[in-house]
Design a protein around this ligand. Structure first.
Ligand code: ADP
Length: 489
């Protein structure tokens, strides 16, 4: 029954561009035959005559034009008109009756042909549009399926409309159709920064309710086969021309392999820096012993060489310490001691200490009042050293570095200003990333690993402070950090 209804329903055939003449031909012939068979009974009632002669053919013409296009409508019209002529001929009309019957038939033929052509043309235009849209959808579908990332598309209520095969490959599950993101319980156990993700925090639900996109958020997911997958997720609401949300899309990238490589790299870094620490410590010890021995002999050259070895050993020690710190940050093992100390004193000592390391640059210090903060004295010292040595290193043509300390709104602010190569605006954030170094083919390359600012940022942020840079290329750079002052008890 359902099949028959589907077969007869003209709307169900919209988009099909196959137009048959068999069905209209068969039905119309059957209609003519049956009206001839029952002609005697029909003729008794003028209402039924009218219906049979006019209304039913009109209904058939509309139906076939809408179902089979211009061809179907035309066939239905031709058979109807021929049937009208057959009636005129077989009923032996005479005189005025014959004339008016022929006139009416010609007018009806004109009306029927126009009607069937217009409806048939409309139907064929709709079919072409539907086909074009479906081709478009197919093309999009092929692209979505070929993409190497998982894609989820939902309607404006965050109910699943579409998912590609990568979703199943990555997550090990297929979402049921109409899955309601943000409402239905997640099918996977996922965590973000170690916290379990609740149904209401599902990215697709979130972007639709908040109307904001999520960019490259990382999740760790445990699949049902217990494999842990690291995912990078971006989701965004899709709006129409009027800015109304009509859908949402989510892209899932499997970054498990990348994460594993990163972990291997971190493990290696940690192991290598630990292993390097012991020989460097004994090397430094022997250099100190040798320094004392060399004081007893007269060779200036030997003492000079010894000093250079000592410098390089110190540099090696600093690099190893940086590597160790980075691996501690990565594993959450960077520990801080806490004591109250005067930041101004540390800054002053550092400026004095580093003044002797550069002949070209003069270090100026502004700000003398006591600035008591609470935290790890050595680690804060490490940040100041890093900023001042960078200021010297990255201003080969400059001759001064200004260091200042001041108090503003319960914060101590330290600034280190140089007049060197400067930093482009788009790099201001990136330079605080791990292993990031500005590489400009036009500039000379400076030695370093790109770890100092990353470690400094971690230290300052763990002290509830902030570190940033103000700079323009060619005009030097000012690095600033602020730390909360110790509250007066
Ligand atoms: P490193 O100096 O060992 O490369 P850092 O983390 O200390 O690593 O600095 C990261 C990058 O930031 C440097 O490679 C350099 O490109 C840029 N940078 C840091 N300080 C300055 C500065 N004072 N002027 C210009 N560029 C700087």
């Amino acid at each position: 029954m359902k099949k028959l209804f589907h077969y007869l329903n003209p709307i169900a055939h919209l988009g099909e561009r196959k137009y048959s003449i068999v069905l209209p031909l068969a039905v119309m012939l059957f209609f003519c035959l049956s009206s001839e068979l029952f002609a005697y009974q029909i003729a008794k009632d003028p209402m039924i005559v009218g219906m049979y002669a006019i209304l039913i053919p009109i209904a058939f013409i509309i139906y076939f034009a809408f179902r089979e296009g211009i061809k179907g409508g035309t066939i239905a019209t031709i058979i109807t008109i021929l049937y009208y002529f057959y009636i005129i001929y077989t009923r032996h009309y005479q005189g005025n009756q014959l004339n008016s019957a022929i006139e009416t038939t010609i007018i009806l033929a004109f009306v029927y042909f126009s009607m069937s052509s217009i409806i048939g043309w409309l139907k064929q235009t709709i079919d072409t549009l539907i086909e074009r849209e479906s081709d478009e959808r197919q093309r999009l579908e092929a692209i979505i399926q070929q993409l190497p990332v998982g894609i989820l598309l939902t309607d404006k209520e965050a109910r699943l409309l579409h998912q590609n095969k990568q979703i199943e490959q990555i997550l090990g599950i297929k979402f049921p159709s109409k899955f309601h993101f943000g409402k239905d319980e997640p099918l996977l156990k996922g965590s973000l920064d170690g916290k379990q993700v609740k149904a209401s925090e599902a990215p697709l639900g979130y972007v639709i309710t908040k109307g904001r996109a999520i960019v490259n958020r990382e999740y760790a997911f445990q699949r049902n086969d217990n494999a842990v997958k690291y995912l990078q997720v971006s989701a965004s609401p899709i709006r129409n021309r009027h800015g109304k949300i009509i859908a949402a899309a989510q892209i899932i990238t499997d970054i498990t392999h990348q994460k594993e490589l990163e972990k291997q790299k971190d493990d290696f870094l940690s192991m290598a820096s630990h292993e390097l620490k012991t020989p460097i410590t004994s090397m430094k010890m022997f250099i100190d012993l040798q320094t004392r021995q060399l004081q007893t002999i007269k060779s200036e050259k030997a003492r000079y060489y010894n000093e250079r070895i000592k410098d390089q050993a110190n540099r090696l020690k600093e690099l190893t310490n940086d590597l160790l710190d980075v691996s501690r940050i990565q594993t959450g093992k960077l520990r801080f001691t806490k004591e109250d100390f005067d930041l101004t004193e540390i800054v002053t000592d550092t400026v004095e200490g580093l003044s002797g390391t550069t002949k070209k640059h003069k270090l100026f210090l502004k700000g003398k009042t006591k600035t008591i903060i609470s935290g790890d004295r050595y680690r804060i010292y490490q940040v100041i050293v890093n900023l001042i040595t960078n200021a010297i290193k990255y201003s080969p043509n400059g001759n001064k570095v200004n260091v200042a300390i001041k108090k503003i709104n319960n914060y101590a602010i330290v600034s280190v200003q140089d007049f060197g190569i400067g930093i482009k605006k788009d790099q201001h954030h990136k330079i605080f990333d791990r292993l990031y170094q500005v590489t400009d083919p036009n500039e000379k390359t400076y030695p370093g690993l790109g770890l100092g600012l990353y470690i400094s940022k971690e230290i300052i942020e763990r002290h509830h402070g902030k570190i940033w840079v103000e700079s323009e290329p060619g005009k030097g750079a000012t690095f600033l950090f602020k730390l909360p002052l110790k509250k007066k008890s």
